[in-house]
Design a protein around this ligand. Structure first.
Ligand code: C5P
Length: 407
């Protein structure tokens, strides 16, 4: 699925242009948004109206259109996309891109773009075999342009050879590969909890803790960068909501638990939040008044344990559950005990002794603990710890896949 991906489709001249209509439908169906540029040649084969109707967007055709240029200039067109796809790409547009021409809207947009470009050639087999085209294709490849196709077969002109535009579903899978080939967690759902919880005493007071949320946010980002579909469930922090990651803001442990349970089933759960173990037994609807008493007693009751609840859920247990442990004494022994008691798969343990201030810091030194090993990871930024943990998660799912394949 290409959910949220923005494709700028350039349709150049050629009998295969009719397939671009099907390509627009295929891309839209897979969740992408599609904006189109139709070259003069392309407009000989498909009409701007059909392209606009299928893409549900205005179609751009003319570099010199005052209206288009003021509404959506070629610079914006070239930047507001995740991938430019030229399909069909005629020998002519390939030559113009290779030589850096900027003599129409399509070539100017490509020249002005800092986005990746995929070219799907379609032409007569002799034109494809011509040394000029071959050299242009080599030039484009050297510049990192992705060349998809052409396929072999019978041409509209009756000749047989390489020159057919790839079928729309094949172009879709080339685009999907481009976006997700280096995204080993694509297709997996992850829940990450982060930050503290605030347990209210009365309308103005609460019991909280010093967790900054930095480690959890970094983990959410690292998993998302590897293609996982991440939902971050976070207590109050000063961190900016990470872009592209669905974020649910909660205050109390109960709200965090409810949000996590609603997100099941999920493949991965990483509980990095510093959840308050206790919450005031009763919530006072009005602000508690100061009296002449010199002391006050706050009766607390235990909060639900989110990590334990997820780990012990029978029907919808996430496939891999990672907990955190912040300890002041006997770090590794206590963390191992926690792993067993809570029933999670891995624990990332850090010492919160005064010599190792973790809360709010940008660095962390952790132990990575599973049922059969303990690894001491060197001190590193929280971003690096997150990336290392995400790499372990990739390994876990790769091994899991290999195990299933062998069965
Ligand atoms: O028991 P302790 O708080 O040390 O355990 C830490 C781990 O358990 C962390 O992964 C934390 O997110 C999780 N936890 C939880 N719900 C609680 C308490 C802790 O999910 N109520």
């Amino acid at each position: 699925m290409l959910n949220g991906k923005r494709i700028l489709l350039i349709i150049s001249g050629g009998i295969a242009a009719y397939k671009s209509l099907e390509l627009i439908r295929t891309l839209k169906k897979s969740g992408a948004s599609v904006r189109c540029i139709l070259t003069q040649g392309g407009a000989q084969f498909v009409t701007p109206l059909s392209v606009a109707a299928l893409s549900e967007e205005q179609v751009y055709t003319d570099l010199w259109s005052l209206k288009d240029e003021t509404e959506m200039g070629h610079i914006r067109l070239s930047r507001e996309c995740d991938l430019i796809v030229v399909a069909p790409a005629s020998a002519n547009i390939i030559a113009r891109i290779a030589n850096g021409l900027a003599d129409d809207l399509a070539s100017t947009t490509i020249l002005a773009s800092d986005k990746p470009v995929m070219v799907c050639p379609a032409m007569n087999p002799q034109m494809w075999e011509n040394a000029a085209t071959k050299s242009n294709i080599e030039t484009l490849k050297k510049r990192g342009v992705i060349i998809s196709g052409p396929a072999a077969g019978e041409m509209a002109c009756g000749e047989i050879g390489y020159g057919r535009l790839l079928e729309p579903d094949v172009i879709l899978s080339a685009i999907t590969d481009f976006f997700f080939a280096d995204k080993p967690l694509a297709g997996l759902k992850a829940i990450v909890t982060a930050g503290p919880t605030f347990e209210p005493i009365d309308p103005v007071r609460f019991v909280g803790n010093r967790s900054s949320g930095k480690q959890g946010y970094a983990i959410a980002k690292a998993l998302s960068d590897l293609g996982a579909s991440v939902t971050l469930v976070t207590g109050p922090t000063n961190e900016d909501a990470p872009s592209g990651i669905k974020t649910i803001c909660i205050e109390t442990a109960r709200q965090m638990l409810e949000s996590c349970q609603k997100l099941l089933p999920s493949d991965i759960a990483v509980c990095a939040a510093a959840v308050a173990d206790w919450t005031p037994e009763t919530y006072q609807n009005s602000k508690i008044k100061k009296t002449s008493d010199t002391s006050v007693t706050l009766k607390m009751t235990q909060n639900p344990d989110i990590l334990s609840t997820l780990s012990k859920s029978v029907e919808k247990r996430p496939h891999l559950i990672v907990g955190f442990a912040a300890e002041t004494d006997n770090l590794v022994d206590n963390a191992r005990m926690k792993l067993l008691k809570k029933g999670c798969d891995w624990i990332v343990a850090n010492s919160v002794s005064p010599e190792n201030p973790v809360f709010g810091a940008d660095e962390n030194q952790v132990y990575f603990i599973t049922s059969d090993k303990v690894e001491e990871w060197p001190r590193a930024t929280k971003d690096d710890v997150a990336r290392k943990l995400a790499a372990r998660i990739v390994e876990f799912f790769n091994q899991d896949k290999a195990k299933h394949a062998a069965e």
